[in-house]
Each structure stands twice: as structure tokens, then as C-alpha cells.
Design a protein around this ligand. Structure first.
Ligand code: PLP
Length: 393
């Protein structure tokens, strides 16, 4: 029998019909603590009153016009993003992969208008994840996503993560830029060191190439700063954002300096739905929440608490947990058991987590979590680990 929905996902058997704050509920009323946030999306938690109001207010007015008209909601959100970041200009789209598509197109176009169309190669890193479109699977370079989808798109060169010599060697007169996640998400929560980001910036400047950051997962407060690169005190030329910025409504954005964006003139790029009035109304509301006084301080406090509790969890379960790593509320547990077994055991305890590469279980709670909820999640993980421990059998 053919599945009514194309079976491209390994879905857990639960369905959630309602959410509130850090919890989601099944039809039967079972509550789960959500430490996945729909893969770092529901940054403000479920059914945040400010977001619900922004969406429903806009829904009463107008849902969709077109990018062939003025878009006041985009103007408002773009101005706010510009105030808050390195960027001078913003393109709106609907997803992370689309934000990356714009990033790649803009980087190539920049060199094109500078008289260097041969500078069209983008360097990426092993273990990277940039989306599932044809260009972004080629950019990410992971075999498991590319298999059967040949031909692989040209224009991307991959180097091993953390191999400085290989990176320098990969830069040629055809390089357009370096694309990197400040913390690899799907790849298994592998953070770049502050120093690495700084030296990537210097490397790009030295070669006249662009630093392209994929902050689709790390952005919008996830690491305790509005954007993860702020920890390193550097700025990119172009940055892809999505996931958390819509708080659950599909929204992506490509932020850039005026210089990097100078080739993107009328007609060079577009999207029917990108930045539609509903999406940008919610995006502005998300930024109001995330930039409110004390919000990011709570993220940093909760991140520290979570890190401490996870370190204790690792000490208590050395046969289950190999390592705990990450940044802010983007934490990874590298497992000694199968990561999907820990994920399933956590689900049994009614805790939602997300599996990642390198045998890691990701913890990506909504940024509004409290100390009590952090404690509750780690207690659930503790019970899950106890069940999985070889000694328990
Ligand atoms: C999720 C993700 C993407 C792709 O986003 P989609 O909205 O699924 O297209 C790209 N880059 C990173 C770092 C991501 O985590």
C-alpha cells in the first residue's frame, strides 16, 4: 500500500495536537516536555500569547499580497534585524535551505559584479548540514543525503572539520567564500571555537572572499547571544537564518552587508511566499520577545544550569554517555549506546529530544525554559540512562 504521505521520514508513533510553553500534548492529553522544539524552531515555546496575538491580528487583516508590491511587514522586520546585527539588508524566504540558496547566489553574484565570475566555488566542511535542496545537499556534502540524487551540483569544495591546513590549501583564485555553521547542528553539535571563527574572518579578508555563516539553527538566541558569531566578536558578510526566527511559522532570512549584497538587483532573486504578511508579523513578534530585557540572560543562565546537570548526568552514567558538548541551549549528548536508543528511552519518559550525527542526542529546548523544567528534563534523562545502562540488565 502506498503511504498517503511520502514516507521520507522516520517518524515516532506519537502525534501532538496542542502545545503550551515547554510542553506538548497528545490527543489523549499525555504531556511531553519538549526539548527538541521542533528542531530549534519554537524558540518562544508553544502558543506564546504575544506570538498568537501577532498572528491572529494579522490574519484578520491580510494574509498574502505579493513581493510585486510594497511589504510593510518585511520593512519593519528588516529594519529591526539591521538594528540588531551587522546586516544592511535582508531577503525573506520560507526555510533554512532557501536562506542558504540566497546566501550562495549572493556570494557568486558579488564576485560576478566585481568582474570575477570565476570566483564561484564555496568551501564547506565535513559534517555540515545546509538543507535538502539540490544545492544545499551538494554544499553539505553528506553521502547519506546525496545518494541516488546525482549529479552532484558543482561549486562546492569540502574540507575536514577543524583542519586548518586543508582549509588554506582549498582556497584558490576560484573561491567565492567559506560557508560554516558556528555550531554544527545535524552533524552532532560540534561547536567552533571562538578563535576559529576569528581566524576564519581573517582568512576571508586576506583572500578577498566572503564569510558565509549558516545560523539557521544557532541563531535567534539559541546560544545565549542573538547570533552565535557574536561570541567571537566577528561579523560575517552574509548569514542564513530560519528555524527560530518564525517561532513555528515558516520564515527564513538572508542577511547581508551592503557590499556583499551589491549584485542582488531587481530581478536577480525572488520568492512567491517569502516574507508574507503572516510570517513577518510573527517574525517581528519573536524578535520582540527574544530581545526583551533579561530574555537572553535567562538563556545563558539556563544553559549553564543545563550544562552542569548534564555533566553530573555523564558522571552518573559513564557507560551510556561519552561526552556532553554544545553552546547555550544547543546541547549534545554523545552516546556510548545508540543515540536513537537514548532518544527512544527519553520519549518513554515523555521527554522529546532530537537525534543528530556522530551518535549524538540533541537538546534544544524552547528558550523560555525555567530551572524547574531543566531539572525535570535531566531527571527524565537520568531515568532513561538507567534503563539503558548495561548494568541495569
Ligand atoms: C535545519 C537547517 C537547515 C535547513 O533548514 P530547512 O528549513 O529545513 O530548509 C540549514 N542549515 C542548518 C544549520 C540547519 O540546522
Amino acid at each position: 500500500m502506498t503511504a498517503p504521505v511520502l514516507p521520507t521520514y522516520n517518524r515516532a508513533s506519537v502525534a501532538f495536537v496542542r502545545g503550551e510553553g515547554v510542553r506538548v500534548f497528545t490527543e489523549g492529553g499525555d504531556a511531553y516536555l519538549d526539548f527538541g522544539a521542533g528542531v530549534a524552531v519554537t524558540s518562544c515555546g508553544h502558543a506564546h500569547p504575544h506570538l498568537v496575538k501577532a498572528l491572529t491580528d494579522q490574519a484578520q487583516k491580510i494574509w498574502h499580497t505579493s513581493n510585486i508590491y510594497q511589504m510593510p511587514g518585511q520593512e519593519k522586520l528588516a529594519r529591526r534585524l539591521i538594528e540588531l546585527t551587522f546586516a544592511d539588508t535582508v531577503f525573506f524566504c520560507n526555510s533554512g535551505a532557501e536562506a542558504l540558496e540566497c546566501t550562495v547566489k549572493m556570494a557568486r553574484r558579488y564576485h560576478h559584479v566585481n568582474g570575477h565570475p570565476e570566483r564561484n566555488q564555496i568551501i564547506t566542511f565535513e559534517g555540515a548540514f545546509h538543507g535538502r535542496t539540490l544545492a544545499t545537499i551538494s554544499a553539505g556534502g553528506q553521502e547519506k543525503y546525496l545518494e541516488g540524487f546525482a549529479p552532484r551540483m558543482p561549486g562546492f569544495v569540502q574540507v575536514p572539520f577543524g583542519d586548518r591546513a586543508a582549509l588554506e590549501k582549498a582556497i584558490t583564485p576560484e573561491t567565492a567564500g567559506i560557508l560554516i555553521e558556528p555550531v554544527q547542528g545535524e552533524g552532532g553539535i560540534r561547536p567552533l571555537l571562538t578563535q576559529d571563527l576569528k581566524s576564519l574572518r581573517e582568512l576571508c579578508d586576506r583572500h578577498g572572499i566572503l564569510l558565509l555563516l549558516d545560523e539557521v539553527q544557532t541563531g535567534v538566541g539559541r546560544t545565549g547571544k542573538l547570533f552565535a558569531h557574536e561570541w567571537a566578536g566577528i561579523t560575517p558578510d552574509i548569514m542564513a537564518v530560519a528555524k527560530g526566527i518564525g517561532g513555528g511559522f515558516p520564515l527564513g532570512a538572508c542577511l547581508a552587508t551592503a557590499e556583499a549584497a551589491k549584485g542582488m538587483t531587481a530581478g536577480t532573486h525572488g520568492s512567491t511566499f517569502g516574507g508574507n504578511p503572516l510570517a513577518t508579523a510573527v517574525g517581528s513578534a519573536v524578535l520582540e520577545v527574544v530581545t526583551a530585557d533579561g530574555f537572553l540572560d535567562n538563556v545563558k543562565d539556563m544553559a549553564l544550569l543545563l550544562k552542569q546537570k548534564l555533566a553530573a548526568l555523564k558522571d552518573a552514567h559513564p557507560d551510556v554517555i561519552e561526552e556532553v558538548r554544545g553552546s547555550g541551549l544547543m546541547m549534545g549528548i554523545k552516546c556510548k549506546v545508540k543515540n536513537t536508543d537514548l532518544q527512544a528511552a527519553a520519549l518513554d519518559e515523555k521527554l522529546l529530544t532530537i537525534a543528530a550525527g556522530d551518535n549524538v542526542v540533541r537538546l534544544l529546548p524552547p528558550l523560555i525554559i525555567t530551572a524547574a523544567e531543566v531539572g525535570e528534563a535531566v531527571d527524565k534523562l537520568d531515568r532513561a540512562c538507567r534503563k539503558l545502562s548495561p548494568k541495569a540488565a
